[in-house]
Ligand binder design. Structure first.
Ligand SMILES: [Zn+2]
Ligand SMILES: [Zn+2]
Length: 135
């Protein structure tokens, strides 16, 4: 459903749709930026460019290039070094929101947390038992 919203880029009011999350002017600018990025990265010598090199080479914001990647307009399969930063450590990744290292870290943090919870639970259980025995 269409609704009125403020453009996240320039703040002007526009009709937001599923297909368009910025205003008409910014949308057109994004289209031009996309063409610029796409033309750049399609060149043989730029195929292996990273997102930083692409941003430098085109003058297009990294954030916007990330948007093109995340919305699937730039297909990573065609560009081996293109990716976007991990949400935690900014390492360049090509899928998900976190790099392998951060995923592993998160997992081990989680299991430490679970172990800790279990330990607390066991202590509580023990205290309960002691309490009943004492009575
Ligand atoms: Zn706008
Ligand atoms: Zn990371």
């Amino acid at each position: 459903m269409a609704e009125l919203a403020n453009c996240p880029n320039c703040g002007s009011v526009f009709v937001k749709t599923n297909l368009r999350d910025v205003c008409e002017t910014c949308y057109k600018e994004e289209e031009i930026a996309f063409e610029t990025v796409y033309t750049f990265i399609r060149k043989k010598e730029n195929r292996t460019a990273t997102i930083f090199e692409t941003s430098e080479g085109t003058g297009v914001d990294e954030e916007l290039i990330i948007k093109f990647i995340k919305t699937g307009r730039l297909r990573l399969a065609q560009f081996p070094n293109l990716g976007y930063p991990c949400q935690k450590c900014r390492t360049i990744i090509r899928e998900g929101n976190l790099c392998d290292e951060c995923v592993n870290e998160l997992r081990s943090e989680l299991s430490t947390f679970e172990k800790e919870q279990k330990r607390i639970q066991e202590i509580r259980n023990r205290e309960k038992r002691t309490y009943f025995v004492d009575k």
